[in-house]
Design a protein around this ligand. Structure first.
Ligand code: CU
Length: 278
């Protein structure tokens, strides 16, 4: 029930976030030296005005120009941009010398940037990852006319997602903390579409509710399902898991002592964890 409530809250926030597109004023441009600033920073703090979350518009101001050192080197003045997934990114590109353009393939962004003008380019960062933006003029990218856009995944708030006594939806910070504390860690790589995983979950939950040790912790990692987050994929790779309902158990040294595909009953979970503790 707790999970459903959290998901409902998240989806309500998400829906209302989508419907209140911020129109954002452009006269921010004249303020001190903001190459990067979230334009809704103020309104988030003035919660009295409106309770509705606003879409985040990230305003980036950059120059596109040429420097001469061992020949002409076209450049963007901003070489790294980091935003959150879902942000609207609005670039103000001031081409001050040379002939350039702006291209970002993965978001289908392309624009000429006439010299002596500020060209505004806007897109929604709707996928996470690292992407290269560049000038598509011949030779410019190879000479350094590019930068990196990093889009961070939404991090779901998982603090409250307790599934049983000492058993939680996977969270990287909680995992690191448990490992640093030398706890025995049980990981279930769970796909919510998989019948074996579904049948196994109540057995795991029952086992954890019976095991009353404070030196054990279990995590349910989402494996290739519609709740999988990038941190799930990271730990899946880290332990080279290639199939759903894989169980991985780490001993107090953080070493893998069990890696098993077999479907567990409650007693199997208890026995394996007891063995890892001894
Ligand atoms: Cu260029």
């Amino acid at each position: 029930m707790k999970i459903i409530a959290v998901l409902l809250i998240v989806s309500v926030l998400f829906v209302s976030g989508c419907t209140t597109t911020q129109t954002g004023s452009m006269n921010d441009q004249t303020t001190e030296d903001p190459t990067m600033k979230p334009s809704t920073g103020d309104s988030m703090e003035k919660s009295g005005d409106s309770m509705e979350p606003k879409d985040n518009v990230i305003e980036i101001f950059m120059d596109s120009f040429v420097v001469f050192e061992d020949g002409p080197k076209p450049q963007f003045s901003v070489k790294d941009i980091t935003v959150n997934k879902g942000d609207t990114v609005r670039l103000h590109i001031n081409a001050t010398s040379g002939t350039h353009d702006f291209k970002l393939d993965e978001f289908s962004v392309f624009s000429d940037t006439p010299t002596g003008e500020v060209t505004v380019v806007e897109f929604t960062a709707d996928k996470a990852g690292e992407f290269i933006y560049y000038c598509n003029q011949p030779g410019h990218r190879a000479n350094g006319h590019w930068g990196t856009l990093t889009v961070l995944d939404d991090v779901m708030m998982v603090d409250d997602l307790s599934l049983a006594n000492n058993y939680y939806r996977y969270d990287p910070a909680a995992f690191d903390e448990a490992r640093d504390a030398g706890k025995v860690i049980f990981l279930d790589f769970h796909a919510n579409w998989c019948p074996t995983c579904k049948a196994e979950k109540p057995e795991i939950v029952a086992a954890f509710n019976e095991l009353n040790y404070d030196d054990i912790v279990g995590f349910e990692v989402h494996y290739n399902d519609d709740e999988t987050q990038s941190f799930d994929t990271d730990i899946t790779r880290q332990y080279q898991v290639a199939y759903q309902h894989t169980k991985v158990i780490l001993d107090s040294n953080g070493d893998v002592v069990t890696k098993d595909l077999q479907a567990y009953k409650k007693q199997d979970v208890i026995d394996k964890i007891e063995a890892a503790r001894s």
